[in-house]
Write a protein that binds this ligand. Structure first.
Ligand code: PEP
Length: 254
């Protein structure tokens, strides 16, 4: 099966509502319908409804940057999976390193969020990745394996069809320091082996594993040329339309 590269832009807490809507309109008009990639954006919560209506039927995926694991309740400031689904989102980022390390999210919370997303047919993009000291101490595989084991607890083989995994080394996020393409590929292979052992070879090879961490127009092609990299999760370079389009173009091999 040929997988189309899946390129997603994570805007984090950037842009204004009008800038975001303009971005979405231009992205829709500039993306070649025959594009060889599938692309998506993750705007801040308060832009989602407007952007979902701009991008309706465009084929562009819209992801929330986070959800709570419960459907409703006394969680001031939180947003649930059914709320995000109702306004038209297709995907949700779960376990981004900024959520893990700035907001202290644990693997069991992340696991509950994945289940909450799947229960309303939202596709989770699960982010995993090691910190700099963990890489330097030779613990990258140990850390990734633990994250995957805990985060995917109770997720069935059938549910993996809806799941995307993003390998994002924490030391490469927002630092300008990208993993070498071969370094990233090695971890992607490790993730695929994990999925083969946990599920099956067919499932592992059909799942999309994105790389994220200081992706730019200049390195996108080389990263996507790695055999185990199926897509890109882009932060800083996704909030300027021109650079995001260049990354999409590079990923499509044009
Ligand atoms: C991210 O936020 O997921 C990310 C990869 O950020 P950046 O591209 O800025 O490193």
């Amino acid at each position: 099966m040929v997988k189309k590269p899946f390129i997603v832009g994570n805007w984090k807490m950037n842009l204004t509502l009008s800038e975001g809507v303009e971005f979405a309109k231009s992205l829709k008009s500039k993306l070649n319908r025959k594009n060889e990639t599938i692309c998506g954006i993750c705007p801040p919560f308060v832009f989602l409804r407007d952007i979902c209506s701009v991008l309706e039927s465009s084929g562009i995926c819209i992801a929330a940057q986070n959800i709570h694991s419960d459907k409703n309740g006394a969680y001031t400031g939180e947003v649930s999976a059914p709320m995000i689904k109702e306004i038209g989102c297709t995907h949700v980022l779960i376990g981004h390193s900024e959520r893990r390390h700035i907001f202290g999210e644990t693997d069991s919370f992340i696991n509950a969020k994945i289940k909450a997303a799947l229960s309303v047919n939202l596709k989770p993009i699960l982010c995993v990745g090691e910190k700099l000291n963990e890489r330097e101490e030779g613990r990258t595989e140990y850390v990734i394996k633990n994250q995957l084991k805990e985060d995917l607890k109770g997720i069935s083989a059938d549910q993996t069809k809806e799941l995307v995994i993003a390998y994002e080394p924490v030391w490469a996020i927002g630092t300008g320091r990208t993993a070498l393409p071969e370094q990233a590929n090695e971890v992607h292979l490790f993730i695929r082996d994990f999925l083969t052992n946990e599920y099956s070879r067919d499932i592992a090879s059909s799942m999309c594993i994105q790389y994220g961490g200081s992706v730019k127009p200049e390195n996108a092609r080389e990263l996507m040329a790695q055999p185990a990299i199926d897509g890109l999760l882009v932060g800083g370079a996704s909030i300027k339309l021109e650079s995001f389009l260049k990354i999409i173009e590079a990923a499509s091999g044009n």
